[in-house]
Design a protein around this ligand. Structure first.
Ligand code: SF4
Ligand code: SF4
Length: 143
């Protein structure tokens, strides 16, 4: 008891090592791995980024016409950089910026909406594959 009181007293005169996060901003070192940025014009829609992402923070929605829509969830992202490493066009289609997103101040329900979207993406893929199959069968029967 006495020892811990002594320790607490000694610490009163030491410099503060912590900050009031998230109210106080963190000073980031250069090269910090932050948010994922995306360039639609360079993307070849290979889906590699989506497949390697550990938490599933990148999703592609498949429209009926075949075009894909990219979505990224910064609150789910763990900034590991796996997607950039897997991308065949790094720095053009996908890159990691030095900006950050405070997970502690995320919007309410941000991930909840994301999981609804995740389900919609899966269904859109299924729909697309089934439509393609049906087209193939019809084309064959017309030959
Ligand atoms: S940095 Fe990691 S977690 Fe974030 S989107 Fe890329 S693969 Fe997913
Ligand atoms: S890995 Fe790169 S090229 Fe492939 S879908 Fe993702 S961003 Fe596009």
């Amino acid at each position: 008891m006495l020892r811990s009181m002594l320790e607490a007293f000694k610490n009163l005169f030491k410099p503060v090592r912590t900050i009031q996060y998230p109210a106080e901003d963190i000073v980031l070192p250069s090269g910090y791995r932050g948010l994922i940025e995306y360039g639609i014009d360079e993307c070849i829609f290979c889906d590699k980024c989506e497949k390697v992402c550990p938490p599933g923070a990148i999703l592609f929605y498949q429209h009926e016409g075949g075009e894909k829509e990219y979505r990224y969830n910064p609150w789910l992202c763990i900034y590991c950089g796996e997607c950039v490493r897997a991308c065949p066009k790094p720095e053009e289609a996908l890159w990691q910026s030095e900006t950050k997103q405070h997970s502690a101040v995320k919007e309410d329900g941000a991930n909840e909406g994301w999981f609804v979207w995740e389900d919609a993406c899966k269904k859109s893929r299924q729909r697309y594959v089934e439509a393609k199959k049906a087209d193939k069968i019809q084309n064959k029967s017309e030959e």
